[in-house]
Design a protein around this ligand. Structure first.
Ligand SMILES: Nc1ncnc2c1ncn2[C@@H]1O[C@H](COP(=O)(O)OP(=O)(O)O)[C@@H](O)[C@H]1O
Ligand SMILES: CC(=O)N[C@@H](CCC(=O)OP(=O)(O)O)C(=O)O
Length: 302
């Protein structure tokens, strides 16, 4: 895939916390996003920050527990998640992207009701387990993200959502990115993680699945462990919801974003829709609000 066909198109990039732990990697990521932007592609960054949340919890003497790849989130944990994702990780990333110009603008999924969440349970051994304030994306309002894109900005979104019940929820960042990509109708969703892609025989790491169709992914999804479960579920929902292609790439390799988009073949795992997916709007998994309806800003003083 070259950059030229993406000119003028929106690309959602999920930037995982493991790919941000090293300063060289962070800078290479920021350079890649800016290269896309300068080439006329419209990047939207959705970021995680799992390791950064864990470090902060640890400092406070709080535990990090995961079930089905999702963090068990007590009200106390939720405060830390919100603070670290929207207040720290996001601001550091926005600062880095803005070193060469006022391009990036950070927003939480709560802002402009971008992500409306509903309580989500973990599936463990076929059982539904309550993991606290963890949310799934029920509805996406793309209005603010579109407004920023149309204003020539790079939206940087944290995966915190608010429910209709007024509760703030911890949304897995892959889930948030997949839902936003589907709602925006992007051509490409790129997911940067800490492995070279989907291993065929995890935990063995000899073979990375090069390409997988939605139906086949749906079949293997229940057997996936840890963080790969929510990640692949998010890619599946994205391609089922109209995204042209999802690519899971190794975020530990500098410039993997650009290399993966330009180089194409040979890197990561590519998830492609089934021929029927593109015409099935009910498969989005989240309701979409505000698509193509960007309200004009109110006149000053009104
Ligand atoms: N089939 C698989 N292929 C690759 N990784 C897998 C697989 N099953 C489980 N995993 C685990 O999923 C992890 C990636 O998910 P996660 O830790 O949530 O990453 P991120 O922080 O980038 O979102 C890998 O580090 C690996 O331990
Ligand atoms: C519910 C849930 O698990 N939320 C994640 C949100 C951050 C995230 O997804 O970060 P990475 O992309 O770095 O993994 C968490 O609390 O860690």
């Amino acid at each position: 895939m070259a950059l030229e066909p993406l000119r003028g198109h929106t690309v959602v990039v999920k930037y995982g916390g493991h790919a941000m732990t090293d300063d060289t990697l962070r800078r290479a990521f920021a350079q890649d996003v800016l290269t896309l932007y300068r080439a006329g592609v419209r990047p939207v960054v959705v970021h995680g920050g799992g390791p950064q949340i864990a470090a902060h919890l640890d400092r406070l003497g709080l535990r990090s527990d995961f079930l089905g790849g999702l963090r068990v989130t007590t009200p106390e944990t939720m405060e830390v998640v919100r603070m670290v994702l929207s207040g720290k990780v996001q601001k550091d990333l926005v600062g880095l992207l803005n070193e060469h110009g006022p391009h990036a603008v950070g927003l939480s999924g709560e802002d402009g009701r971008t992500l409306t969440a509903v309580k989500r349970y973990a599936q463990v051994g076929g059982e539904r387990v309550d993991i606290g304030l963890v949310g799934d994306v029920a509805r996406v309002n793309t209005a603010v993200v579109r407004l920023l894109l149309e204003g020539g900005h790079i939206p940087v979104v944290s995966s915190v959502g608010r429910g209709e019940d007024g509760q703030v929820y911890n949304v897995n960042a892959d889930t948030a990115a997949g839902a936003l990509a589907a709602a925006l109708g992007t051509r490409v969703l790129v997911v940067l993680t800490d492995v070279p892609g989907l291993y065929a025989d995890f935990p063995r790491d000899e073979r990375v699945v090069d390409r997988i169709g939605a139906a086949e992914l749906e079949r293997v999804l229940p057997g996936l462990d840890g963080g790969m479960g929510p990640k692949m579920e998010a890619c599946l929902r994205a391609v089922r919801g109209g995204v042209g292609v999802a690519r899971v790439l190794d975020g530990r390799a500098p410039h993997s974003l650009l290399d993966g988009l330009v180089g194409g073949a040979g890197s990561g795992t590519t998830i492609v829709p089934d021929p029927t997916d593109q015409t099935d709007p009910t498969a989005r998994g989240a309701e979409v609000e505000g698509v193509a309806r960007v309200a004009p800003a109110p006149a000053p003083g009104s």
